[in-house]
Write a protein of this length. Structure first.
Length: 194
């Protein structure tokens, strides 16, 4: 799913148009979608928000199970055309689209043919500011099987404490090889002697 699949589409409840979707609200911490930002008409500023759990389907319109407006707290607004800046203030372009999977923001696409992961977003208000690039592999998601072997109680991201735990348990190489661009390849088993 993409941001362009939602934006400028009419919001329908029981086949009656109640407004237009102008953008989305998402969590800066988890990148989870929280709500759709809507207005009664396309050229107005968002005046109400609808929970993402109320969305029934998205086609040429956004159909809702129910219209119960929400005002979630602690969310960032994302709309098409927002400017993106680097941590040092350099202009990186405007958002032309954003990709979502399982109701979570994955990456942003700019008009300068660049793509940024959602985990790189540091702040978001009337513009997006990206965080300073972390040294590899900090900030990447850890595959669940490897995380279970390390027995770490983190949120699934590679952090300095997680690396220290992996070193203490002798699992640093296994952890590193489980992250992109690497992959663990099982060794070939020798056939039994006949």
């Amino acid at each position: 799913m993409y941001l362009s699949d939602y934006v400028n589409k009419p919001i329908l409840v029981s086949k009656e148009q109640r407004g237009v979707c102008l953008g989305v609200g998402f969590s800066l911490k988890s990148q989870a979608l929280k709500c759709l930002l809507c207005a009664p008409a396309p050229q107005q500023a968002p005046t109400f928000a609808v929970s993402i759990s109320a969305v029934k389907c998205v086609t040429e319109h956004v159909a809702l199970h129910r219209l119960r407006t929400v005002l979630p707290t602690g969310f960032a607004r994302l709309t098409l055309g927002m400017p993106i800046y680097a941590h040092d203030g350099g202009y990186l372009g405007k958002i032309i689209d954003a990709e979502f999977a399982n109701n979570a923001l994955l990456r942003l696409f700019t008009d300068k043919n660049e793509c940024f992961p959602a985990t790189a977003i540091f702040a978001c208000n009337d513009a997006l500011i990206l965080r300073k690039n972390l040294p590899y592999p900090l900030g990447q998601r850890v595959p669940a099987p490897v995380l279970c072997q390390i027995n770490d109680k983190t949120d699934g991201l590679v952090t300095r404490p997680l690396l220290r735990t992996a070193i203490a348990k002798g699992a640093l190489i296994k952890l590193t090889l489980s992250l992109p661009p690497f992959r663990i390849v099982e060794p070939l088993k020798r056939p039994p002697n006949i």
